[in-house]
Design a protein around this ligand. Structure first.
Ligand SMILES: Cc1ncc(COP(=O)(O)O)c(C=O)c1O
Length: 416
């Protein structure tokens, strides 16, 4: 018997269990509808616990998964009484074993499993760093081929906690190309025979994998949080927790109120923040990201720089913000660095730049009165524990098999 079906959010057309990114009638998102309406936790160490709402048949056995804990010291510093930290990274003392140090691994495990279960052999994706590392790691574990296109600024992020395998094909781009150029090149490679495009936010395995951060929080706290904080680049994480919250609401045991999304971008590159200030569904490039490439170069948290985020699409971030009466923040580099230092000193674990941006947005929210002191708040620290990981593991750099001068390069010339 089937475990889930896919449904188009616009026309309602239904599809079976396949690796499908788009509806044949329109461009709205597809969403998975699971047969199990109640979350039944499985006896697995990581993300596989949430098998009820992952679009895979076989339970995932990896120990990588999200963790949630109640903050004491940092919460006290902020004057909050119910602050929970969702941590995706490596922190064995707290039971966190994501060895590529970001929530992108929560996307990679179910995606690669769905690919395998639907007969796919090779997957193609673009990455600013963390996503590529996560998929490369799962490729090293499973032997499934992955083709990763990364801008030069992200190449140093492509390390692994094990020796890279031949199933990993890294294509680096020359300086001057950004994440969006990588997306464009990956889109062309994905059209080659035998290649499956990973799909970004359109990939339901990716969204529902990330949604486990909300599931873990609800199970740990006993209800959904009131407020949800995260830094966004494409916004996939925000969309994912919104969808997970709707499933929790329908389950009935975790409250009926969907958490308010409080999301942050990093100045100077803040297109979704700008559009949301005016409650606009469309991002207008000349207004919202003027001199985008220059802005991207100046951004501290580089993984938050996506020039074509799934913001206006039906089922995308604009809808998630609208539905939850959400708030967006624009955080400066200095605010992020200051928040990172404060958090690390108090909580005792290192966090990645996007998590620093999320932390800074919480500080801003407290100052602006956008949260009440006793509300239940979930701060999603989507990446961290890199320094901690280096104490336990040797890290290996992935070497590119090819370098692309630009996104329009001849694929014959690339020779991959
Ligand atoms: C640690 C971390 N946080 C946040 C983000 C932003 O996620 P998204 O692009 O899904 O909005 C990323 C993206 O790579 C990330 O690696």
């Amino acid at each position: 018997m089937g475990k889930f079906k896919l449904k188009c959010l616009k026309c309602g057309r239904e599809y079976g269990q396949e690796y499908r990114l788009t509806c044949e009638n329109d461009d709205a998102f597809l969403r998975a509808e699971y047969l199990e309406k109640r979350l039944e936790l499985r006896n697995q160490p990581g993300i596989g616990r949430f098998h009820s709402w992952l679009p895979v048949q076989e339970e995932l056995t990896t120990d990588a998964g999200p963790i949630t804990y109640k903050s004491e010291a940092f919460a006290r510093e902020l004057g909050l009484s119910n602050l929970y930290i969702g941590f995706s990274g490596y922190w064995p003392e707290r039971g966190a074993f994501i060895k590529t140090c970001s929530f992108k691994e929560l996307e990679a495990h179910p995606t690669m499993q769905l690919l395998k279960e639907t007969g796919g052999k090779a997957i193609v994706l673009a990455s600013a760093g963390n996503t590529g590392r996560a998929f490369a790691h799962v490729s090293a574990l499973t032997g499934t081929d992955v083709y990763i296109v990364v801008p030069e600024s992200g190449a140093s992020n492509l390390w692994l906690p094990e020796e890279p395998t031949e199933s990993i094909h890294l294509i680096s781009m020359s300086p001057g190309n950004d994440y969006t150029d990588a997306i464009n090149l990956a889109g062309r490679i994905a059209k080659l025979p035998g290649m499956i495009p990973e799909g970004g936010a359109r990939n339901i395995a990716r969204r529902d994998g990330m949604g486990t951060v909300m599931l873990d929080a609800a199970v740990t706290i006993g209800k959904m949080p009131d407020q949800y904080f995260q830094a966004v680049g494409s916004g996939t994480g925000g969309i994912s927790v919104w969808e997970a919250a709707m499933r929790l609401r329908d389950d009935g045991r975790f409250g009926q109120k969907i958490p308010k999304l409080q999301l942050a971008q990093n100045l100077p590159f803040v297109p979704m923040y700008n559009a949301w200030q005016e409650k606009r569904r469309e991002i207008i490039p000349e207004l919202d990201m003027k001199d985008a490439k220059k802005q991207v170069e100046e951004t501290y948290a580089t993984v938050l720089t996506n020039r074509t985020p799934p913001y206006g699409v039906m089922g995308g971030l604009y809808d998630a913000l609208t539905d939850t009466d959400g708030i967006m923040y624009a955080v400066t580099r200095e605010e992020a660095i200051e928040a990172k230092a404060l958090f690390e000193a108090i909580e005792g674990i290192d966090i990645l730049p996007p998590s620093a941006v999320a932390t800074a947005s919480l500080l801003k929210a407290v100052e602006a009165g956008n949260v009440d002191k006793d509300e239940t708040i979930l701060l999603n620290l989507a990446g961290g524990g890199y320094k901690r990981l280096k104490e336990d593991y040797t890290l290996y750099q992935i070497e590119p098999v090819a370098t692309a001068k630009n996104p329009d390069i001849s694929l014959d010339e690339l020779n991959i």
